[in-house]
Design a protein around this ligand. Structure first.
Ligand SMILES: Cc1cc2nc3c(=O)[nH]c(=O)nc-3n(C[C@H](O)[C@H](O)[C@H](O)COP(=O)(O)OP(=O)(O)OC[C@H]3O[C@@H](n4cnc5c(N)ncnc54)[C@H](O)[C@@H]3O)c2cc1C
Length: 395
C-alpha cells in the first residue's frame, strides 16, 4: 500500500448502486474508505435516452440518498414520481390499489434510472475523500492478523480492517468467504424495454399478474413507461426475438391494454431471475451487502431498496462501535448488522417469493380464492396501510 496514504479502515468491493452508497455513508461517518469497481461507470448524460435499467425507489431510500447529499441532484436530473399503484390479477380480475393521497403523501415513490443513481453517488465520493480504484477487480483476499489483504487484477495489493462485499448477485467474493446461499432459480427472465402507449401512465405503477409472470408498466418522463415483464425462459427468448411491432402487440395484450395499445418501443434487454439469500451476512472481517447478500424477484421492486437499507444499518452499527472506541470490525459488531439485516431481508424475500408462487399456482378454484383475498385486502384499510408502509420502508 502507498506509504503516504492513511491506513484504510474499510475496502468495498463492487461500486454498483449499493457499494457506492455504502462508501459514501461510511466516509461521511469518518472512516477511511476505498471503493474498488471492476468497470468504469458510464457518465450520466441528460440528453441521452433513459437507461433501460430503472428501479422503483422507496421513500426510505430517497431519504438515505438525501442524507448522503445526492438526492437533490438525482431529483433535479430526471425522476418520475408515481402517485398510485394498481396491481391486478389476470385470472380473477381482482384489483388492489394504492394511492399516495389516501396516505397524505405526495407520491408513493420514484422511478429512477440505475445509471443515474450510481453516477451521482460515484461523483459524490471524491468530495468525501473516498479512494476510488477503477477499473479494479478484486481477485482474492486473505485475512492477516487483524487486517484483510486484497489482491487486485491490476497488480495492486490493498489492506483494510474490514472488507465489504458488494459485488452483486453472482458474487465471487462471497463464494471465497465460504458462505453458501439458499433460494431457487425462478427459471424466468425479466424482459425490459421503454414503450409509448396510446394513453399516458397517469403517474401510476401498473402491474398485471398472469400465470406466466407479472408485467409491470412503470411511469417514465414524457408519458412513456418502462416495461418489466417476467416470463419463463423460453417465452422470454421468444418475446426478445420479436420485431418491434410484434413486441408492442404482445406487450399491449399482456398488459390487458390498460394504457391502450403499445405503439413504440426501444430495443429490449433481459435479466435472469432468482431468489438467493446468503446463509450468513458476515464472516471473519467481511460483510455482505446488496445483491451479494440477497437477490429477490423484481415483482415488488425492492432489491435495491433492501440493499440501501443494508447500507443504513451497516453505517449505523459500525459508526456506533467506533464512536464507543471499540473495534468496528470485531465479529460481534459485524454479527449485529448481519443478524438484523438477514432477518429482515429474508422475511421480505420469502414474502415476494410467496407472492410469485401465489400467482403461478393454477389449481382449480385457486384463482377465485386469490381474487377474493385481493379484494378483501383492498377494502381492509389497516392491512393495506401496513403493506404500503412496509414498501415505503417504515414497517
Ligand atoms: C429487471 C429488474 C428490475 C428491478 N427493479 C427494481 C426496482 O424496481 N426496485 C428495486 O429496489 N430494485 C430493483 N431491482 C433490483 C436492483 O436492480 C438490484 O437489487 C441492485 O441493482 C443491486 O445493486 P448492487 O450494487 O448490490 O449490485 P450490482 O448492481 O450488481 O453491482 C455490483 C458491482 O460490483 C462490480 N463487481 C463485481 N465483481 C467485482 C469484483 N470482484 N471486484 C470489484 N468490483 C466487482 C460490478 O462491476 C458491479 O458494478 C431490479 C432488478 C431487475 C433485474
Amino acid at each position: 500500500m502507498n506509504a503516504r496514504r492513511p491506513a484504510l479502515d474499510i475496502a468495498i468491493a463492487g461500486g454498483g448502486m449499493v457499494g457506492a452508497a455504502c462508501a459514501l455513508a461510511l466516509a461521511r461517518r469518518g472512516f477511511a474508505v476505498a471503493l474498488l469497481e471492476a468497470r468504469e461507470p458510464k457518465a450520466w448524460q441528460g440528453a441521452e435516452p433513459e437507461d433501460l435499467r430503472v428501479i422503483a425507489l422507496a421513500p426510505s431510500s430517497a431519504r438515505l440518498l438525501d442524507d448522503l447529499g445526492v438526492w437533490r441532484n438525482i431529483e433535479a436530473a430526471r425522476v418520475s414520481p408515481y402517485r398510485r399503484m394498481c396491481v391486478w390479477d389476470a385470472a380473477s380480475g381482482a384489483e388492489l390499489g394504492f394511492d399516495a393521497a389516501h396516505e397524505g403523501r405526495a407520491q408513493l415513490g420514484w422511478i429512477v434510472e440505475n445509471n443515474l443513481v450510481a453516477c451521482m453517488l460515484w461523483n459524490a465520493l471524491e468530495g468525501v475523500g473516498v479512494r476510488r480504484v477503477c477499473p479494479a477487480r478484486v481477485t482474492t483476499f486473505a485475512r492477516r492478523d487483524e487486517r484483510i489483504t486484497l489482491d487486485i487484477d491490476n497488480g495492486e495489493v490493498l489492506s483494510a480492517a474490514l472488507l465489504v462485499i458488494a459485488d452483486g448477485a453472482g458474487s465471487a467474493l462471497r463464494e471465497q468467504t465460504g458462505i453458501g446461499v439458499r433460494g431457487r432459480d425462478y427459471g424466468q427472465r425479466a424482459v425490459v424495454a421503454h414503450v409509448v402507449s396510446e394513453r399516458a401512465h397517469e403517474a401510476t405503477a401498473w402491474q398485471r399478474f398472469t400465470h406466466e409472470g407479472p408485467i409491470a408498466l412503470l411511469p417514465l418522463s414524457g408519458g412513456r413507461s418502462s416495461i418489466v415483464w417476467s416470463l419463463p425462459e423460453t417465452r422470454a427468448r421468444e418475446v426478445l426475438a420479436l420485431d418491434d411491432a410484434a413486441f408492442c402487440d404482445a406487450a399491449g395484450l399482456a398488459s390487458d391494454f390498460r394504457l391502450g395499445r403499445v405503439i413504440a418501443t426501444t430495443p429490449r434487454a433481459s435479466f435472469p431471475l432468482r431468489l438467493q439469500i446468503a446463509e450468513r451476512f458476515s464472516a471473519g472481517r467481511c460483510v455482505l451487502i446488496g445483491d451479494a447478500a440477497h437477490a429477490v424477484h423484481p415483482l415488488a421492486g425492492q432489491g435495491a431498496n433492501l440493499g440501501l437499507r443494508d447500507v443504513a444499518e451497516l453505517a449505523s452499527v459500525l459508526g456506533e462501535a467506533r464512536d464507543a472506541g471499540r473495534d468496528f470490525a470485531a465479529s460481534h459488531v459485524l454479527g449485529r448488522y448481519a443478524r438484523r439485516r438477514r432477518a429482515a431481508s429474508t422475511l421480505d424475500a420469502r414474502t415476494f417469493d410467496a407472492i410469485e408462487r401465489m400467482f403461478a399456482w393454477q389449481a382449480p378454484g385457486w384463482a377465485m380464492l386469490r381474487g377474493a383475498g385481493m379484494r378483501a385486502v383492498d377494502v381492509l384499510g389497516p392491512l393495506k396501510r401496513l403493506l404500503s408502509a412496509h414498501a415505503e420502508g417504515v414497517a
